[in-house]
Design a protein around this ligand. Structure first.
Ligand SMILES: [Zn+2]
Length: 104
């Protein structure tokens, strides 16, 4: 079976655990996500923790790799007027602290 997919090109440098994880992350990143405002699957990641809908331009803070996480409390800070960059940093910090806690 020929190995193709998001990890192709990484070689063996990072080990299987990291490659598996990288693949999962890349799949999540590449999936179109649903916009909480207009409902279209047009949300793309702008940067870590920042998501933007290409349909209605709605921008919001979410998880580092997926827009919807249990970190909704942090994301809500953006809605309350916290600077987007600060929120993204907070999201990234919590993400890295809890990254082993996958519930899937
Ligand atoms: Zn939208």
């Amino acid at each position: 079976m020929k190995k193709v997919g998001p990890t192709r090109g990484l070689g063996v440098r990072y080990g299987s655990t990291v490659r598996k994880r990288y693949m999962k992350v890349m799949i999540e990143l590449k999936k179109p996500h649903r916009c909480p405002q207009c409902g279209f699957n047009r949300v793309k990641r702008e940067s870590v923790g920042i998501w933007k809908c290409k349909k209605c331009e709605y921008t919001f803070a979410g998880g580092a790799y997926t827009p919807v996480t249990k970190l909704g409390v942090v994301a809500k800070r953006a809605a309350k007027g916290a600077p987007v960059e600060e929120t993204a940093k907070a999201v990234a910090a919590v993400e890295s602290a809890t990254e082993e806690e996958t519930t899937e």
